[in-house]
Design a protein around this ligand. Structure first.
Ligand SMILES: [Zn+2]
Ligand SMILES: [Zn+2]
Length: 417
């Protein structure tokens, strides 16, 4: 159910509006000034639009000027716009959005309906009437609107899409982040490419410098500046083509010593070195290690390589982060237990382990050290589990098994208490 919240006098969020795509729905909002209502996004259906409209109207008396800021063209934010236009709203958007709605509004609507609903009748039932019309005002960069002597900042924040806008209300220190900011989950990066994600990170750094009390993200629960940091971390991982598991490392550690038990199976080591961590990498294959060191040297990163099997390695230092990816199944349970014990004793207080291990749910030829489902988590019962999941690898072939196959795996991220 959508929820309305007054974040500051006259500043409202409406969260959890209907969205075809995400469980948590989509968020919008409105600001009431002495003579106007400024809506931020229109929701995905004419029913959402109507709900927003009613919530705002129930809090004002008499006629008001109506503005609607469309943060970008995506259907969950814009498809309700017709309702506002019908009620005389002055629509404002970035010129990228305007261009699309000017020339191809109907085509875009039909494309979305075909893609997500397949059936126009079903779509009409869910969305009501969708009319995408050119906004009255287009902006190309940041602009400050003065409405009844109140400042409303329209910020151009390209990244998610090129025409992305955020709305900032300095007096209440509320930021309507739209899809520049996601809360409780990684940002949606599918509409742009790595160059765009880089731009996005730069824009988020700029938003973080604003005086902020509350952020209304495009999706997910309300938050504070912390959720911007989370988005930056996820985008950095996307740029480095890294596993999302590393989110926990970057969230909790800014620097420290990393031990990677098998360079061969993982590509986190260089990424973490680039983020400023000092990384020790082990591998039984000398060439793998030498290539790794050379690449690190070219970038002046601090890394050490030891040409040794993790099970033979003499720990002589404590680490902040230890990573072990798919090394356990070739060893016996006793050997694994011993290695895990050593890893535990050579971990700094509050240190983090990231482990991926094959489980016994699917057979793996020649494997001696498969974990039972749930077993890995039990082994870390005294630690704080930051992430645990069981799933499958991609289907592949390898030297041990030329038939296409996949492995069941457990992934654990845990922090020492
Ligand atoms: Zn979007
Ligand atoms: Zn969205």
């Amino acid at each position: 159910m959508p929820e309305v919240k007054e974040l500051a006098p006259g500043v409202f969020s409406m969260t959890g509006l209907y969205n075809h795509d995400h469980d948590e729905g989509v968020n919008a909002g409105f600001i009431i000034t002495s003579g106007s209502i400024i809506f931020i996004d229109a929701g995905m259906s004419s029913y959402s639009a109507k709900a927003l409209w009613r919530e705002a109207q129930s809090r004002v008396h008499g006629e008001k000027e109506i503005y609607l800021v469309l943060t970008h063209h995506h259907p969950d934010h814009s498809f309700g716009m017709g309702y506002f236009v019908q009620h005389g709203a002055h629509v404002i958007a970035h010129r990228e959005t305007s261009k699309l709605f000017h020339h191809e509004g109907d085509k875009y609507r039909d494309f979305i309906i075909e893609r997500y609903f397949h059936d126009p009748l079903k779509a009409a039932e869910v969305l009501g009437e969708v009319r995408l019309t050119p906004p009255r005002t287009s902006i190309a960069q940041d602009e400050v609107m003065i409405v009844d002597e109140e400042e409303i900042h329209l910020l151009h924040v390209p990244g998610h899409v090129m025409g992305q806008l955020c709305v900032y209300h300095p007096e209440s220190r509320v930021l309507f982040g739209s899809d520049a900011i996601y809360s409780g989950r990684p940002p949606d990066t599918q509409y742009s490419r790595p160059g765009g994600w880089k731009m996005w990170i730069g824009q988020l750094q700029r938003l973080k410098d604003l005086p902020l009390d509350t952020i209304v993200p495009g999706h997910g629960p309300l938050g504070d500046a912390e959720i911007i940091t989370d988005n930056i971390i996820y985008l950095r991982l996307a740029l480095g083509r890294q596993n999302r598991q590393l989110y926990h490392v970057l969230k909790h550690k800014k620097y420290g010593k990393v031990l990677e038990l098998s360079l061969h199976n993982d590509r986190s080591a260089l990424f973490l070195a680039r983020q400023g961590f000092v990384v020790t990498g082990l591998d039984t294959d000398k060439e793998t290690g030498e290539r790794w060191v050379e690449e690190a040297r070219r970038e002046n990163l601090r890394v050490h390589f030891q040409n040794i099997d993790a099970y033979e390695y003499t720990f002589d230092d404590r680490f902040d982060i230890i990573i072990a990816t798919n090394i356990f199944h070739r060893h016996t349970p006793d050997e694994n237990e011993e290695l895990l014990q050593r890893m535990h004793s050579y971990t700094q207080p509050r240190g983090i382990h990231i482990l991926t291990a094959f489980t016994s749910e699917t057979p793996t030829s020649g494997a001696t050290g498969l974990f039972a489902p749930g077993q890995l988590r039990e082994l870390y019962a005294n630690w704080q589990i930051l992430h645990y999941e069981e799933g499958y690898t991609h289907i592949h072939t390898d030297d041990d098994d030329p038939e296409p196959h996949r492995h069941s795996v457990a992934v654990l991220v845990a922090q020492q208490n």
